[in-house]
Design a protein around this ligand. Structure first.
Ligand code: 13P
Ligand code: SF4
Length: 300
């Protein structure tokens, strides 16, 4: 393992590559990465880096977003079919059919979506900025997709009318209010942090609703010592690394995203060595998708 890690660091240097990893990635991947973060932080980094190669440890839509933002760089996803079931819940054809039935309105698309769906959108958002993105629009009525839970959470925090899409993240949506109440009873002293991809009745039980990196920051700044983590279990490693003196309990041990666990250290080495797993968004999709992603990034 030590040898493999050394080889990867060497390859990263040789190929002038940067290794980005989402906060849900396995511990050994997080440890090796140049930067770990939530979807927003990783998108911003992908737009700013001067590396020639972006090695993305996450799922397909994340590598696509990097390709949209950095068309001159080679973007590698070490396991090319690591996907996101929620992103697959909307296709361009389905979106066009929905828009045909609605009066003209902006489309706010969660980054957890394909590049071709982004290409039909007005602006993108992440879990960290959905409310700000919606508030930044001139219009008072909009369609938000694909996550119904994020859309419902956003609509509770804005006066705007939000039409939602019936998509959801199977990992977050599996957490029930009953399970939330039970874990709160078990750890009554703990702060309950939940991701906005959770169901509305779960978010109602939470003390804090925020993105994955938002949870890392919140736990670090809080004087509280223990936290219930209402998101994918991989975040617990990142939380513990950043806050060694504090305790973190999963809201449900079953909240594991299989796709986020597909990349192993050997895949990273192979992908870098042979430049395998390139993700490249075709120019006719990239241009309109960039307009939506860039509009979000320009808010910062
Ligand atoms: P964030 O890290 O942006 O909060 O996203 C969570 C997620 O589900 C990514 O797939
Ligand atoms: Fe998609 Fe949910 Fe996995 Fe995130 S945790 S990649 S939203 S399935």
């Amino acid at each position: 393992m030590k040898k493999m890690k050394k080889k990867i660091r060497q390859l990263l240097k040789e190929k002038k590559a940067i290794m980005l990893a989402h906060n849900y990635q396995p511990p050994e991947i997080q440890d090796l990465a140049d930067l770990c973060g939530d979807s927003l932080e990783l998108s911003i980094k992908a737009a700013q880096t001067d590396a020639k190669v972006i090695l993305f440890c996450g799922v397909h839509f994340m590598a696509e977003t990097a390709s949209i933002l950095s068309p001159d760089k080679t973007v590698l996803l070490p396991v090319k079919d690591a996907g996101c079931p929620m992103a697959d819940m909307v296709t361009p054809g389905q979106l066009k059919a929905k828009l045909d039935k609605l009066p003209p309105m902006p489309v706010v698309t969660y980054v957890n979506s394909s590049a071709s769906v982004k290409a039909l959108s007005t602006i993108c958002c992440t879990s960290a900025n959905a409310i700000d993105v919606v508030e930044s629009l001139r219009e008072d009525e909009l369609l938000m997709l694909p996550d119904r839970n994020l859309a419902m959470y956003t609509s509770l925090n804005t006066k705007k009318k939000i039409h939602l899409w019936e998509g959801y993240c199977p990992v977050h949506d599996m957490l029930t209010a009953k399970a939330g109440i039970k874990v709160k009873e078990k750890y009554p002293e703990a702060v309950f942090m939940a991701h906005p991809e959770c169901r509305p009745e779960v978010l109602e039980l939470a003390d804090v609703v925020t993105s994955t990196s938002g949870m890392i920051r919140y736990a670090g700044e809080s004087e509280k010592k223990s936290f219930i983590v209402g998101t994918e279990v991989g975040l617990i490693y990142a939380l513990k690394t950043a806050n060694p003196g504090k305790k973190f309990y999963p809201a449900s041990a079953g909240m594991e995203c299989k796709d986020m666990k597909r990349i192993a250290i050997e895949d990273v080495a192979r992908s870098l060595e042979f430049m395998e797993g390139e993700v490249k968004v075709p120019e006719n999709i990239r241009q309109p998708a960039l307009t939506a992603v860039q509009r979000m990034i320009d808010l910062y």
